[in-house]
Write a protein that binds this ligand. Structure first.
Ligand SMILES: [Zn+2]
Length: 220
């Protein structure tokens, strides 16, 4: 049976890791809005061009464009059959309402809305050690995932640098913006009794084990 989930959480909380785990467990399709935007832009579709225009000007991609991009995937046969794990969408109440309407039409419902939460300090700590390759974009971490040779990329020998927006101050700022923006979405799901808060300040396998248990995922 297809499972339909929404994952909500700030950058650095481990959404990618948990999305991958849940996808492996259930066969559901991981649908990350960030990756979908990138794919549409790379494929130079009409939607991709629209999105790029907003991103290039430092604006958020508007609801209408975002919804169309996400629904394109949701309506694919593969998603209908396997289910999905949404990450990065819905990001506004308007998007959350649109998602409910869309699923209503298909006569299906969300099986869970998971809010991954961790103390600010834990996230700042996780993100501050991040190093990016200047050539291929690969991400390393000074403690959790160090490169084999200091300052050099394992994959392409490119130089590794701390990104300008990965300073502790910039990270804090991003987290505050995220919290303010997503609070109404969390309220929307909490008001309809669908929100499942998970402590994601622990090791990722502990978080995964709790998710598995709370979603009643018995398949190994
Ligand atoms: Zn590289």
């Amino acid at each position: 049976m297809a499972i339909r989930l929404v994952l909500i959480g700030p950058p650095g909380v481990g959404k990618g890791t948990q999305s991958k785990l849940l996808s492996e467990l259930t066969g559901a399709r991981p649908l990350s809005s960030g990756l979908i935007f990138r794919a549409e832009i790379e494929a130079d579709t009409e939607l991709g061009q629209l999105a790029k225009d907003y991103i290039d000007h430092g604006h958020l991609v508007p609801n209408g464009v975002t919804i169309q991009m996400m629904f394109k995937r949701l309506r694919q046969e593969e998603t209908r059959q396997k289910g999905f794990i949404l990450d990065g969408f819905p990001r506004t109440v308007r998007q959350a309402e649109a998602l409910d309407e869309e699923l209503d039409k298909e006569q299906v419902t969300l099986d869970g809305v998971i809010s991954l939460q961790a103390p600010l300090d834990v996230i700042v700590h996780r993100l501050t050690g991040r190093l990016g390759c200047t050539k291929c974009g690969e991400i390393y971490h000074s403690v959790n995932h160090p490169p084999h040779r200091e300052g050099l990329c394992d994959k392409c020998d490119g130089f590794l640098v701390v990104r300008g927006d990965d300073t502790p101050e910039a990270i804090r700022e991003r987290l505050v913006v995220f919290e303010e923006a997503t609070a109404p979405v969390l309220d929307y799901y909490a008001a309809t009794g669908r929100l499942m808060a998970i402590d994601a300040g622990r090791e990722s396998d502990e978080v995964g084990a709790e998710l598995k248990q709370r979603l009643n995922l018995t398949c190994a």
